[in-house]
Design a protein around this ligand. Structure first.
Ligand code: GLN
Length: 303
């Protein structure tokens, strides 16, 4: 059933006219062919299927913020919320205005400022942050080949002035403990993690499974923590388009400027979709369309 629906979506989205553009503020991402498309779904009862460019790696970008937050939440528990809030920002992912008005406290862990504050915590808590964070992602992915992409990392490091502005603003309010370039380095590495759509959908299954890695049954977050993280994805995962995504798709999810979106139906499945052309809010145009079609055709959402 799933495969037929995905085939229909592939056809319908392929025929649709898409106006959007790649995230060219990270030069390496502008090189990705705009017509790439993949969708892959993995269920908790062991089925999986997909269609499109399933062997290509996509740059996770902000989708990877979910993994950084998962590790910080696991390590610090509720104390993590002394560093980031849980309210949607209603602002672009890299906006400075609210951060100034709110004394350097990021609204949530999924906007850039929040994910950077989370990387600061990880540096405090981990003995070898870069390797330990990667090992953690590999563990939830149940895949030791997952890695950072050095070109994408370098490309963002060379051009990430807005993220530098965000971290310096937070530091001016005394909210960052570590050296700013060290923290940004971890943040840029995290954003550069790449996976295929099948790998991404399998990795997100942990969030559909009450925090337990399906293959190993290891509990990464408690069931209650997982509910909270999914709530944050629902309300904040698409920045100033979180309402629109919820309205059209009705699942918790997270987008990235690489054109990927990962979403879950708790207790049922995880899905990853990829198409590099973004709308003005930085979310994949065809990715959103594909997920809207998926929940419409299945007749299920969380609402
Ligand atoms: N690395 C990107 C940035 O910091 C992530 C943004 C995104 O995917 N929305 O700008």
């Amino acid at each position: 059933m799933y495969q037929e629906i995905l085939n229909e979506i592939f056809k319908e989205v392929g025929q649709s006219n898409c106006r959007g553009k790649q995230a060219d503020y990270i030069p390496e991402l502008a090189k990705v062919p705009p017509d790439k498309f993949a969708i892959y779904l993995t269920t908790l009862d062991g089925k999986s299927c997909g269609v499109g460019d399933l062997n290509d790696k996509l740059s996770l970008q902000s989708i990877a913020k979910v993994f950084g937050f998962t590790l910080a939440y696991k390590l610090k528990g509720n104390a993590v919320f002394q560093h980031v809030g849980v309210e949607p920002s209603g602002d672009p992912f890299n906006s400075l205005i609210q951060l100034e008005q709110e004394h350097g406290m990021p609204r949530n862990p999924l906007i850039n400022a929040g994910a950077i504050a989370i990387c600061d915590i990880l540096i405090d808590k981990l003995s070898n942050p870069e390797q330990d964070l990667l090992d953690f992602i590999r563990k939830i992915a149940h895949n030791d080949t997952i890695t950072y992409n050095p070109k994408v990392y370098q490309s963002e490091k060379a051009t990430g002035h807005r993220n530098r502005a965000l971290i310096h603003l937070m530091k001016s309010f005394g909210r960052i403990n570590n050296d700013t370039e060290t923290v940004l380095d971890l943040y840029f590495k995290l954003c550069s993690v790449e996976m295929t759509a099948p790998e991404l959908s399998k990795t997100f299954l942990v969030y559909a499974n009450h925090g337990k890695i399906p293959e190993t049954q290891e509990q990464i977050l408690t069931s209650s923590q997982t509910k909270r993280l999914n709530a944050i994805m629902q309300t904040c995962g698409f920045y100033d388009e979180a309402g629109e995504f919820t309205f059209r798709v009705g699942l918790p999810g997270k987008s990235g400027v690489g054109g990927g979106i990962a979403a879950i139906h708790p207790g049922k499945y995880a899905v990853a979709v990829w198409s590099p052309l973004l709308n003005s809010k930085g979310n994949s145009v065809k990715g959103m369309k594909a997920l809207e079609l998926l929940t419409t055709k299945l007749g299920w959402s969380i609402f």
